[in-house]
Design a protein. Structure first.
Length: 568
């Protein structure tokens, strides 16, 4: 950039577009759409200017560098003459000049009031300062005609300064539904499991601002083999508090298997993959409702703007009561939902879906005063498959119940992450000791041999091997060594390379468990043997049904096998 920049360029640029980057949220929104708008066009030179004055500026510089962007110092922007400034941050201090400024929303519309960095009051999120409106340079992108009417009623100076373009993010989410199963597999949501997405905006009235322990309490309430839980946390929370603080506050939830989605890009495939959204007045909750997902509102701040789609959602969606049975509320919300439940609300936020990128490209070239390229419209790219975002769970509180059905004995197994179960409403001990409890309902602690908490490991009744053994002989040796090393354990279970599991008892007996269907973890096979022992039955040959978390039945065949030879 500068008066002699043309001397150093390789590409014959006719126009200069400056992206004003201020926060991670707003920068990501521009980065998601810009490549499709300007692909294959050497006439436009794109430079990024980083405004470092925001309270949420942390992470912007790293994001731009990782994206390969050419960044110029912010103070240099006042001395150049760009042809268009593009931003998704309405609070950028645009220097004087005559070039147009196109402001994209970094969420859904203008649905929230936020603190004003310029004074002690709050302001409407997405609305640029009066001076920029009065200059005639500002153009505000909207996704629905209702937003134009809302802006005009709240701020008459926006008259004639809006562009109805649609919402590129929502269009991407709609298109990505074709890859929903791929996203679910990448996130570890196997068939028969549900994915609950917790979505929190930023600020004290947000979901995590009100209930920071909700993720771990939810993980403790939902059976591990039937549910996965992901958290989508607003990038402003990451910027203001840092990833270390967030991970420290959610340490038990992370140990219990929480999928903490990275703040850039990854929330979108997680939302497409969801079976339920627990949210607040943030945009992600509204996107989830628009995708047809069930919604529970765990918080809803007074900073939401009345008569917007997000505010109307608050009146229609059921509220989550964090003080009562979370599992029952989740199950009821999924069971009672219909995909069209919120269509009359979300239809007021998104107009003419599927054309946002095409309209945005046309607007950008008109503002640049360049003919739009004759190439094909911007590609409709599907969202990439996310990287796994959780560590494996290594300890469980296991509840088993033995019953008789016409087809034979059934052992029902529900596992809950031990790190989270203490936070849940009730607990397996309460289930076992309840007056209404079955006489054959039992609870025990099980750990993987990868568990790092020594107290849990030494207290566990059942130990399972985290990795697959190479042979039966290796599995038998592992069982012998594990039971010798951990004298508090009663059973040790290990998968073997040829299929099936070996479960070793402290008295030297070994049981082979063959399970149909997708190979479960050794801990599930061990839970069946443990339940039979607690029932007072010997671990002999038996044919049973293993009912996993109430959602899947598998046949189990138990056979005794010779004990491993003891070393002298």
């Amino acid at each position: 950039m500068g008066p002699d920049a043309h001397r150093w360029r390789t590409f014959p640029a006719e126009r200069t577009l400056v992206v004003a980057a201020r926060t991670v949220t707003s920068t990501v929104r521009v980065l998601e759409v810009l490549p499709a708008l300007l692909r294959d066009d050497p006439r436009v030179s794109v430079v990024f200017a980083h405004d470092p004055t925001s309270a949420f500026a942390d992470g912007v510089g790293e994001l731009l560098r990782e994206s390969g962007c050419r960044v110029m110092p912010w103070d240099q922007l006042a001395f150049i003459s760009p042809d268009l400034i593009l931003t998704a941050s309405e609070n950028v201090d645009i220097p004087d000049g005559d070039c147009p400024v196109l402001v994209l929303p970094h969420g859904v519309g203008f649905q929230k009031r936020v603190p004003d960095a310029r004074g002690p009051h709050d302001r409407l999120s997405g609305l640029v300062p009066d001076a920029l409106l009065e200059s005639g340079r500002a153009w505000l992108a909207v996704s629905h005609p209702d937003q134009e009417r809302q802006l005009l009623a709240a701020h008459p100076k926006t008259a004639g300064r809006t562009l109805l373009l649609g919402d590129p993010c929502y269009d991407e989410l709609l298109a990505a539904r074709a890859r929903r199963n791929a996203y679910r597999r990448a996130l570890g949501v196997e068939e028969g499991r549900r994915l609950v997405v917790i979505s929190s905006t930023w600020g004290p009235t947000s979901l995590l601002g009100r209930h920071p322990d909700l993720p771990v309490r939810l993980l403790g309430a939902l059976p591990h083999d039937a549910y996965r839980v992901a958290a989508v946390v607003h990038p402003n929370v990451w910027s203001a508090h840092g990833s270390w603080q967030i991970r420290a506050l959610q340490a038990s939830a992370l140990d219990a298997g929480l999928l903490l989605m990275p703040p850039v890009h990854a929330w979108r495939p997680a939302l497409v993959a969801a079976d339920l959204v627990i949210g607040d007045h943030g945009s992600v909750t509204l996107y989830g409702a628009a995708l047809g997902h069930p919604v529970l509102l765990g918080a809803f701040g007074a900073d939401a703007v009345p008569e917007t789609a997000a505010h109307d959602l608050a009146a229609a969606a059921p509220r989550l009561d964090p003080g009562t049975d979370l599992a029952a509320q989740v199950e009821n919300a999924v069971r009672d939902h219909s995909p069209e439940r919120y269509a009359h609300i979300t239809g007021r936020a998104f107009a003419d879906s599927g054309r946002a990128l095409t309209r945005l490209r046309t607007a950008v070239y008109e503002l640049l005063e360049l003919p739009e390229p004759g190439s094909a419209p911007p590609p409709d790219l599907l969202l990439p498959v996310p990287e796994p975002a959780a560590e494996p769970v290594t300890s469980w509180l296991v509840v088993t119940e033995v019953g008789e059905e016409p087809a034979g004995p059934v052992v029902s197994v529900r596992r809950y992450p031990a790190e989270a179960r203490a936070y849940a409403h009730g607990g397996p001990e309460a289930e076992e000791d309840s007056p209404d409890s079955s006489p054959y309902r039992f609870a025990h602690l099980a750990c993987s041999d990868g568990e790092r908490d020594r107290r849990l490991l030494e207290s566990a009744s059942v130990i399972e091997r985290a990795d697959r053994a190479g042979s039966v002989a290796e599995a038998l040796a592992w069982i012998r060594d594990t039971l010798a090393r951990l004298p508090g354990s009663l059973l040790a279970a290990c998968a073997v390379a040829r299929g099936g599991h070996l479960v070793g008892l402290r008295d030297g007996q070994v049981v082979e468990a063959a399970v149909t269907g997708p190979a479960p973890s050794p801990g599930l096979a061990a839970a069946v043997v443990h339940a039979r022992l607690r029932q007072g039955l010997p671990p002999g040959e038996a044919l049973l049904t293993l009912r996993i978390a109430g959602v899947r039945d598998e046949d189990v065949v138990l056979r005794p096998r010779p004990a491993p030879p003891r070393l002298s």
